[in-house]
Design a protein around this ligand. Structure first.
Ligand code: SAM
Length: 280
């Protein structure tokens, strides 16, 4: 690794990279392959500078000291990839609208409850899309016991998600009819979710690889484009835990490049390339 950096660039050695790798694995289950040192440097160096350190080593010493415990969250935020979009992988939302939500509507009209979970929600485009799908099929949902739980390890993106505010450009993937139905302009060219739809999502910070203070089970869980950052053991554990949180007949949606492998199918049957149904 090249240790030569400009004066303003913090020192970064292979030992520092290994230390960041260990922290990412232990704190978030995120696995950085050996080849990703440049990526780690580019993600974390700004934070190192902002905190007034001239080397990764002194920054990491601080993060791992009792005084730096709060900074650990910022380090994990810097390491996470938050790319997302509204109605990403549209077939999932079609399936949700055609199969899951009509069932939820029938259940709650009979006095039950409906629960959906966006398990790595990033800046909120995924859970807000789920909420739009719910409202489109079941317009009265907000007057019933229907919720979309939206969680992520990164508190900064969860706060953004909870604000429900997006730029015009960020909302381009929302069909025009849904956009005018659920969003209103809120200044500076931004749009915000407004009206009854805002009663559906509940935003929380949650590490998928730690304990989940969550009660009950879900009709559908979206866990998409996050396990790609985990190692195989972490992935398998997570699939098992998510399967435990599904209602019988509930659905797990994974990212387009992700699969629940057979060893960990844990009662899940594949009904489409990235959609699994809990059989029992
Ligand atoms: C690429 S985004 C995916 C967002 C959305 N699910 C989608 O598919 O558009 C990955 C998200 O996973 C979150 N993440 C990474 N590790 C996590 C963990 N251990 N627990 C919870 N969320 C995590 C990141 O903070 C990031 O927001």
């Amino acid at each position: 690794m090249n240790n030569m950096r400009l004066a303003s660039e913090p020192d970064f050695t292979d030992a520092d990279f290994q230390r960041v790798r260990r922290i990412a694995q232990e704190e978030a289950g995120i696995h950085f392959p050996e080849s990703k040192s440049t990526l780690v440097y580019s993600r974390v160096s700004r934070r190192v500078r902002e905190m007034g350190h001239t080397s990764f080593r002194s920054y990491l010493d601080y993060v791992q000291s009792p005084a730096g415990r709060g900074e650990m969250e910022n380090l994990i935020c810097a390491l996470t990839t938050n790319v997302t979009n509204f109605f990403r992988e549209k077939n999932h939302f079609t399936h949700l609208e055609e199969v899951v939500i009509p069932n939820i509507a029938a259940t709650v009209r009979a006095g039950g409850r409906g629960r959906l979970w966006s398990a790595a929600c990033s800046t909120g485009q995924e859970p807000w899309s789920m909420a739009m799908s719910v409202m489109s099929v079941f317009p009265d949902a907000a007057n019933h016991d229907v919720r979309v739980l939206a969680t992520d390890i990164n508190g900064q993106v969860v706060a953004q998600a909870a604000s429900g505010i997006y730029t015009e450009e960020e909302t381009e993937a929302i069909p025009a009819g849904k956009k005018s139905q659920f969003m209103t302009p809120c200044g500076q060219g931004n749009l915000r979710f407004s009206g009854n739809i805002c009663r559906l999502p509940a935003f929380r910070v949650l590490n998928l690889n730690a304990n989940w203070p969550i009660r009950g089970t879900f009709s559908a869980i979206f866990c998409r484009n996050v396990v790609i950052y985990f190692d195989e053991e972490t992935r398998e554990n997570l699939w098992r835990r998510l399967a435990d949180r599904l209602d019988p007949g509930g659905f797990l949606y994974v990212g387009h490049s992700e699969r629940v492998v057979s060893r960990s199918q844990c009662g899940l049957e594949q009904v489409a390339p990235t959609i699994y149904r809990k059989v029992y």
